[in-house]
Design a protein around this ligand. Structure first.
Ligand SMILES: Cc1cc2nc3c(=O)[nH]c(=O)nc-3n(C[C@H](O)[C@H](O)[C@H](O)COP(=O)(O)OP(=O)(O)OC[C@H]3O[C@@H](n4cnc5c(N)ncnc54)[C@H](O)[C@@H]3O)c2cc1C
Length: 343
């Protein structure tokens, strides 16, 4: 295991902006991970595929890139298949692999970038399903005690793009593996968007292909145009607030969210006519308003300035505050758009 000093993170993050880490290691085994956690450092960040991260400044600590691999299968239960998947396995390749084995269920979550260890952190979701629908457990290495503990889905406190790993366990937990449980009696989930047009009994593979096609048409490929997917979360507001806004904007898309209402952040941004809006090298994607892209030479400061502009414009027009889904990393660890803008 080599400790790299003053290492550029650009190739490891899908935004593709320059930012240097004081120390950087890649770990491929649990033993290496424990050794990495013993390296003296003022702070550390765990890195998966880097598709949900913006390094806003050079990072003064240690970045640990998780490349643990391996999948094991337990088919002994009558009704489910249980998969134990190491944290560094690529998420999309894992979804493809499950379908090739005849284990259906994850098809709606195809083509989400990143690795499986990051999937529980924001409870990844797409096309009407979320990781929590299939999560059996999450194995977590405590960075202080160096012991692995298994968390049940309830203990993970999964919510909309949220989990305990963004809160209480933010700085102490390293996810080493995820348990996935797939029902042998598969049921297609096709009520969402373009999947509703697939007819009565589409196979899991048909759904997978449709999800891939739609995503390829809708979202910029980070390998060609740097981005981190949806930059902002869909805002959830109370009914009174919703009634006031919808009275002025009757065509506004909205979805039930328990007692509250979820709005489409992309629609709000689009209504502010921000598609294509550019600040420095950062641009609101011309086709998908929820995505900020690096047109080539964007700096993190360009992306931050554009995100702030979007947030302020939507707040002024609709009175709705957008919260970023992308995790912001500052010089000394996780930060936020508000903190970065305060300077
Ligand atoms: C084009 C595009 C489309 C996207 N579409 C979707 C989508 O449809 N739905 C969705 O939910 N997301 C989507 N995303 C966001 C992103 O793919 C997911 O959040 C993904 O899970 C991030 O994985 P990663 O390995 O890249 O994580 P990273 O960006 O490396 O890390 C994300 C966070 O997780 C932490 N982390 C990573 N690994 C571990 C670990 N082993 N232990 C503890 N903490 C860890 C990091 O410290 C960081 O805080 C999209 C992104 C892009 C670029």
């Amino acid at each position: 295991m080599q400790i790299l000093k003053n290492h550029n993170l650009k190739p490891y993050t899908s935004f593709g902006v320059n930012a240097y880490a004081a120390q950087f290691v890649t770990v491929t085994t649990l033993t290496q991970l424990k050794l990495a956690l013993a390296i003296p450092t003022p702070q550390r960040v765990i890195l998966g595929g880097g598709s949900n991260l913006l390094f806003c400044a050079d990072f003064a600590g240690l970045v640990i890139r998780i490349c643990l691999t391996g999948i094991s299968v337990n088919e002994s239960a009558d009704d489910t298949v249980s998969l134990h998947v190491a944290a560094g396995e690529n998420w999309h390749e894992f979804v493809q692999w499950t379908l090739a084995q005849g284990y259906d269920g994850l098809e709606n979550l195809a083509l989400i970038p990143g690795v499986i260890g990051a999937a529980p952190v924001q409870n990844i979701g797409a096309y009407g399903v979320e990781l929590k629908d299939f999560c059996d457990y999450v194995d977590v290495l405590d960075s202080e005690t160096l012991t692995v503990r298994r968390y049940t889905p309830e203990e993970c406190q999964f919510g909309y793009r949220d989990s305990i790993f963004k809160h209480e366990l933010k700085d102490s937990a390293v996810i080493t593996a995820v348990g996935i449980k797939l029902a042998k009696a598969w049921v297609a989930k096709i009520n969402y968007g373009p999947l509703a047009n697939l007819g009565k009994n589409p196979s899991a593979l048909t759904i997978f292909k449709q999800v891939c096609l739609t995503r390829q048409q809708k979202l910029p490929d980070p390998n060609k145009l740097g981005n981190a997917g949806s930059f902002f979360k869909n805002p959830i507001i109370n009914k009174a607030r919703f009634n006031a806004i919808v009275a002025k904007h009757p065509s506004m898309p909205h979805y039930p969210a328990g007692e509250n209402i979820k709005l489409a952040a992309g629609w709000l941004i689009d209504q502010c006519e921000l598609k294509g809006y550019q600040l420095g090298g950062a641009q609101v994607h011309t086709e998908q308003a929820l995505v900020i892209v690096n047109t080539g030479l964007a700096t993190a400061a360009d992306i931050v300035a554009l995100a702030k502009h979007i947030q302020t414009t939507v707040q002024t027009r609709f009175g709705v505050e957008l919260h970023h889904e992308v995790r912001f990393m500052g010089q000394h660890g996780e930060t936020s758009l508000a903190e970065v803008c305060r300077g």
